[in-house]
Design a protein around this ligand. Structure first.
Ligand SMILES: *[C@@H]1O[C@H](CO)[C@@H](O)[C@H](O)[C@H]1NC(C)=O
Ligand SMILES: *[C@@H]1O[C@H](CO)[C@@H](O)[C@H](O)[C@H]1NC(C)=O
Ligand SMILES: *[C@@H]1O[C@H](CO)[C@@H](O)[C@H](O)[C@H]1NC(C)=O
Length: 477
């Protein structure tokens, strides 16, 4: 493993001004669905986020169909949707044998590019796909360089390429974006710092209005070979791809100079698919319901479920366990001054453990730049578990910088793009795929759970609750 501390760190969330989160309303307690949430926390770090893999996965129990919301006639999705989990496993990270493995992010992107016929839209945080961008000479940058080269071939093949990117900071490289523009791709810089005091942190692709990738991987060569990433690809699923396309169109609209956030968003951005009325479809041949959530609230058009609400709903409907893998976890507004406590997620986890006996597991990443308050807050969560209570709350940490494992959440698959602190839900643009499998052939939830278990059981994962001193594990100052 190379010491990634040599790379420049860019913190995308430079001290946004304080902003209090909206109070969460009562969440529907009516759903008894089996959820797996996979919240891919993307790692904004150009740097050492070796193991950023943020994923949430929590699972409840058996669904009762009576609560399922009907779809308006004519809305039935007849696409033969196929979903697969996609992972980047860093070079040098080894698991034992017989562990789950999934297609790589690199292979998935290559195939999406290769199959593109008419359009490719990419929502992205930043672009550093080459050694030149990072001032490195790493052989493993080759995969990123190949992706960039293939992308720049698309326009001449007649594929319309659009890239929405968070407005680059002064020192961020622009070469990849310029190469894309020279190739005929359209690039728009979305100034979320001005618009919401956040960043465009979302990472997803929409290909030919039919296939999508959504996950934690940035357009960064390190996201292919050096950072642990998790995402999902859904193929032949125009119902879902069109809905994600609406989120992309919102970014695209905000990418013109002096754009303002429409209020309300025009109807063309609205969706009928949300936590109340998810899209009913066939996923890998099995009935499932799916919706896409988005953040921050200001970017949610009518009908769109906010990321936080999606997440809390998954936690609230879990009846057996909530497994969370996430890069950082703080019940605060991490970047705001004055300091603000933000216990929305923390409260729901404690409630799940206390009121419903749900087993909660958090797998977080830590490194030298982890915010010190993260640890006492996590230990306080883990302290719920005691020999004389029946509550089950466990927290494991994986240090970055050695071959490690990041994070994730488990509860019915939700694939998203946020760290778990207030800023990510209130100011930063992210999105999540929330999945509720209902049929007997349900597989994605089980796959997510297997990924979580693999990482939880790996030698890189250490019980934080029982650790007297976390500083040496995480090398935090
Ligand atoms: C997520 O948290 C990690 C650890 O605190 C941080 O380094 C990273 O920059 C965060 N991601 C984003 C997008 O800010
Ligand atoms: C989409 O469906 C078609 C027809 O069933 C199939 O040939 C093709 O391989 C599918 N595409 C992907 C990416 O799975
Ligand atoms: C809890 O019980 C286990 C097994 O009986 C024991 O080994 C452990 O020391 C106990 N922990 C505390 C804090 O009492």
């Amino acid at each position: 493993m190379k010491p990634y501390v040599t790379y420049k760190q860019l913190n995308p969330l430079d001290k946004p001004e304080e902003q209090l989160p909206p109070e969460q309303g009562t969440l529907p307690a009516h759903k008894r669905a089996r959820w797996a949430v996979l919240a891919t926390v993307l790692a904004a770090m150009l740097l050492a986020a070796l193991f950023t893999y943020p994923l949430v996965f929590l699972a409840g129990s058996t669904p009762s169909r009576q609560d399922r919301v009907r779809q308006a006639p004519g809305d039935a999705c007849t696409d033969p949707c196929r979903i697969t989990l996609v992972e980047s496993i860093p070079e040098g990270l080894t698991y034992g044998s017989a562990v789950p493995s999934h297609p790589s992010t690199f292979q998935t992107w290559l195939e999406l590019i290769g199959g593109a016929q008419s359009s490719l839209d990419i929502a992205s945080f930043y672009w550093t796909l080459t050694n030149a961008d990072t001032h490195t000479r790493e052989p493993s940058a080759q995969q990123g360089e190949q992706i960039l080269a293939e992308l720049t071939q698309l326009p001449q093949r007649g594929v319309a390429v659009r890239v929405a990117v968070s407005t680059p900071k002064a020192k961020q490289p622009l070469d990849d974006l310029e190469a894309l523009e020279r190739s005929g791709a359209a690039v728009r810089k979305v100034d979320l710092p001005r618009l919401t005091k956040g960043v465009l942190h979302t990472k997803f692709w929409v290909v030919d209005g039919a296939h999508i990738y959504l996950g934690s991987a940035n357009m960064d060569w390190r996201s292919l070979t050096q950072v642990k990433e998790l995402g999902a690809a859904v193929y032949n699923c125009s119902c879902l791809a069109r809905d994600l396309g609406k989120v992309f169109e919102a970014y695209w609209a905000l990418g013109v100079p002096d754009a303002t956030i429409p209020e309300p968003w025009p109807d063309s951005y609205s969706t009928i698919y949300n936590v109340e009325t998810p899209l009913q479809l066939q996923l890998n041949g099995t009935p499932a319901s799916v919706y896409l959530s988005s953040s921050p609230p200001a970017l949610c058009a009518r009908g769109r479920t906010e990321d936080l609400r999606a997440l809390l709903t998954v936690i609230d409907t879990a009846t057996d366990f909530v497994h969370i893998a996430v890069m950082s976890y703080l019940p605060t507004m991490e970047f705001s001054r004055p300091k603000r406590f933000w216990p929305a997620i923390d409260n729901h986890l404690r409630r799940a453990a206390y009121e419903r006996g749900v087993s909660v597991r958090l797998l977080v990443s830590c490194w030298s730049h982890s915010k010190p308050p993260m640890f006492p807050f996590l230990k306080s969560l883990a302290a719920l578990q005691d020999n004389r209570t029946r509550y089950s709350v466990e927290v494991h940490a994986v240090p970055l910088g050695g071959p490690g494992v990041g994070a994730g959440v488990t509860a019915g698959p939700l694939v998203g793009t946020s760290n778990w602190s207030g800023d990510y839900f209130v100011q930063t643009a992210g999105s999540a795929l929330v999945l509720d499998e209902t049929g007997a052939g349900a597989t994605v939830g089980a796959q997510l759970q297997a990924v979580f278990q693999r990482d939880w059981d790996s030698p890189y994962s250490t019980d934080l609750g029982s650790l007297a001193r976390w500083e040496s594990l995480c090398q935090t100052h």
